[in-house]
Design a protein around this ligand. Structure first.
Ligand SMILES: Nc1ncnc2c1ncn2[C@@H]1O[C@H](COP(=O)(O)OP(=O)(O)OP(=O)(O)O)[C@@H](O)[C@H]1O
Ligand SMILES: N[C@@H](CCO)C(=O)O
Length: 314
């Protein structure tokens, strides 16, 4: 399970003293997720149970985290469902726990999605457009650290581990992407990792978008492509069976455009955006597989899913 940092009860009790959340009732490590350590934390305040998620950040620095935590608060305050971080007594959202940056956020109800419905795809399309529109007024700025330069460098790091067909496929895709001009595409704050396991639903109601720790300022079209590549395809165990589902795709794109129409430049760039989004996750999954980071990663995600998605788009 993905609990890289083990927290003792006395450490958590001391940590919570800086929040207005009552006293610790119970806590439990969360097995899902591969990037950070997460715990469910329950407290009792004025006789009532309150529920939170504690995240201990395993890879981010103290300096870069306010950008993400402030987006979560900003979006929640603009009625876009996200888990609002809980302020400390000094009003920041970030603290230190076990020598690492940590934050307490609101625990959302519902659960993440395994096989999205057409309706859920429509909800996500509309909410992502609202997220992008609101994001244009967000003051913080951060570059995408999973951009084309990262892709080229990652390919250089892993190419000796790859099968010949994988190597050729990535090389030709990188060459194709190097010719695409992204400068004409409108930008905003983007989530950049809005997969089905990063949205919580109660039935067809979205309770919140989570895991905003790849957010950055980048073309909105790319964000839509990342989401389409996960939500609008069949989630088959065998990657060879993956196909796109036209109904889900139509619903997501039309719901997005109900809120925000795509520009002509965006429409022209759509096929390239789908390919770029597939390449990004094909590469990150290959890297996690061949050069795993230190720690207890037990949930390596299958790179062949994005090999297949990229093939379908190519
Ligand atoms: N605010 C929240 N409310 C309820 N549950 C949450 C919340 N945040 C996270 N979770 C639960 O914790 C699990 C892991 O969280 P998350 O996906 O953010 O993991 P991660 O390791 O930080 O990121 P990644 O998915 O990139 O590996 C989620 O699948 C969800 O079940
Ligand atoms: N969403 C990513 C993992 C976390 O960034 C993937 O499925 O590969």
């Amino acid at each position: 399970m993905s609990v890289y940092t083990v927290v003792e009860e006395n450490q958590l009790v001391a940590f919570l003293e800086d929040y207005d959340v009552g006293t610790l009732d119970s806590f439990e490590g969360i097995s899902a997720g591969i990037e950070n350590t997460n715990y469910f934390v329950n407290t009792i305040k004025h006789g009532h149970l309150e529920q939170f998620v504690l995240t201990i950040f395993e890879h981010h620095t103290f300096e870069e985290l306010p950008y993400f935590l402030n987006i979560m608060a900003f979006m929640a305050e603009h009625n876009i469902p996200t888990a609002h971080p809980i302020p400390t007594h000094s009003n920041g959202y970030l603290k230190e726990l076990c020598g690492k940056p940590a934050a307490l956020v609101e625990r959302l109800t519902g659960s993440t999605v395994d096989n999205p419905s057409v309706t859920q795809c429509g909800v996500m399309g509309g909410q992502l457009a609202r997220f992008h529109i609101a994001g244009q007024h967000y003051e913080g700025v951060r570059a995408n650290d999973r951009d084309i330069d990262w892709m080229q460098n990652t390919f250089a790091d892993i190419q000796s581990y790859l099968e010949e067909d994988e190597r050729q496929m990535i090389e030709s895709e990188l060459a194709f992407q190097a010719q695409t001009d992204w400068s004409a595409l409108p930008k905003s704050v983007i989530h950049a990792d809005l997969f089905c396991d990063n949205a919580m639903f109660n039935g067809d109601a979205l309770t919140g978008i989570i895991d905003l720790y790849y957010a950055c300022n980048a073309p909105m079209l790319y964000d839509l492509a990342v989401m389409v590549n996960d939500w609008c395809r069949v989630h088959a165990d065998n990657p060879a069976e993956i196909e796109f589902d036209q109904q889900r795709l139509d619903e997501m794109l039309s719901a997005y455009q109900t809120q925000r129409s795509l520009t002509e430049a965006e429409q022209a760039a759509w096929p390239a955006a789908l390919r770029l989004a597939a390449l990004r996750f094909f590469l990150s999954r290959l890297k996690d597989k061949h050069i795993p980071r230190e720690g207890e990663i037990t949930q390596i995600k299958d790179p062949n899913v994005f090999k297949r998605v990229l093939q379908l788009h190519q």
